[in-house]
Design a protein around this ligand. Structure first.
Ligand code: SF4
Ligand code: SF4
Length: 300
């Protein structure tokens, strides 16, 4: 067993802004059915990994090798920084890659848990078939908005989520029961008309998906208003009116990314791309993807 104060000390030292515990229980039937309907409708686009391991995604108890998971510790890490970039690159992608940063920070917590309790732990940061926003709601961190992002009341949505799945029995937090109410601003402001206003999202219409995940050489749209990622549904959200600024050094935006111009990208060599983006989430799209996005970028 590990008491809540010790866990809090570990997660706070790791830089978590908010954290909570969800019991590792199967996802409820309605949420599981919605997900499968979404996949069946093809709204996940080319993200084939979302259509695999449905048994594990449905039942987080299966996430540990050789042990049955009992708890999921969900932690939110703030990445908001008010600096502006010359090109429309989503805020989350202007600093070091969160997969690496959050993973390293949570690994230190997981190692301490194992050392102090003998429990098995697995750290995930978008790297396992886990319904992480669903778990975050169960863990009391916030609610999922109509923009499909986790919203932490009073702090907004500029957060990365990471989890420690463990066979340690921990007392679950109180789930969050808030919702968007009748707001709908993100739905109106979405440039791709990707949000249906009922909580659904068609990734194939989402500019974030198109500029990051979509691999086609030509875009299924005439033009793009963003180069990499899209923050429009976060900018529209009243919960992000005064977001807290990150204190995590790795999430301070890179000057090299903030000052990039259209000409810089157009003339970029592979060596330059690697130097600027080696530890950035932007590496996912590769130089060829960034150049493709640039061809469609129309700045207003
Ligand atoms: S990221 Fe942009 S395109 Fe995608 S849902 Fe949000 S506002 Fe729409
Ligand atoms: S903009 Fe409004 S509807 Fe959209 S996520 Fe924020 S609160 Fe919810």
């Amino acid at each position: 067993m590990m008491d809540s104060a010790r866990l809090d000390a570990l997660l706070t030292a790791a830089g978590a802004y908010r954290w909570g515990i969800a019991a590792a229980e199967p996802v409820d039937e309605a949420a599981a059915a919605l997900y499968l309907d979404w996949i069946a409708a093809g709204k996940h686009g080319e993200m084939g990994y979302l259509d695999r391991y449905h048994d594990v995604r449905r039942d987080p108890r299966l996430l540990l090798d050789g042990a049955v998971a009992r708890s999921v510790i969900v932690a939110a890490f703030n990445y908001y920084h008010p600096a502006t970039s010359r090109l429309p690159i989503a805020r989350y992608a202007r600093a070091l890659d969160y997969h690496e940063v959050v993973r390293d920070r949570l690994r230190a917590v997981a190692e301490a848990i194992t050392a102090e309790t003998g429990a098995s732990c697995r750290v995930t940061v978008d790297t396992a078939p886990l319904r992480e926003r669903y778990m975050a709601v169960k863990a009391g961190l916030g609610f999922v908005g109509l923009n499909n992002l986790l919203i932490i009341p009073g702090a907004g949505s500029y957060f990365f989520l990471g989890e420690i799945v463990t066979d340690l029995e921990l007392p679950p937090s109180q789930p969050c029961t808030m919702s968007c109410g009748d707001c709908g601003r993100c739905v109106e402001r979405c440039p791709g008309r990707a949000l249906d206003g009922r909580g659904g999202m068609d990734a194939r219409r989402c500019l974030s998906y198109l500029t990051i995940e979509y691999r086609g050489e030509t875009m299924p749209v005439d033009s793009l208003s963003v180069l990499y990622g899209c923050d429009a549904c976060q900018l529209a959200c009243p919960h992000n009116a005064a977001p807290p600024v990150t204190e995590i050094p790795e999430f301070q935006p890179s000057e090299a990314v903030l000052t990039l111009t259209r000409d810089d990208i157009a003339g970029m060599t592979q060596q330059e791309f690697s130097r600027i983006f080696r530890h950035s989430a932007v590496k996912r799209t590769k130089l060829s993807g960034l150049l493709r996005n640039l061809r469609y970028l129309v700045l207003t």
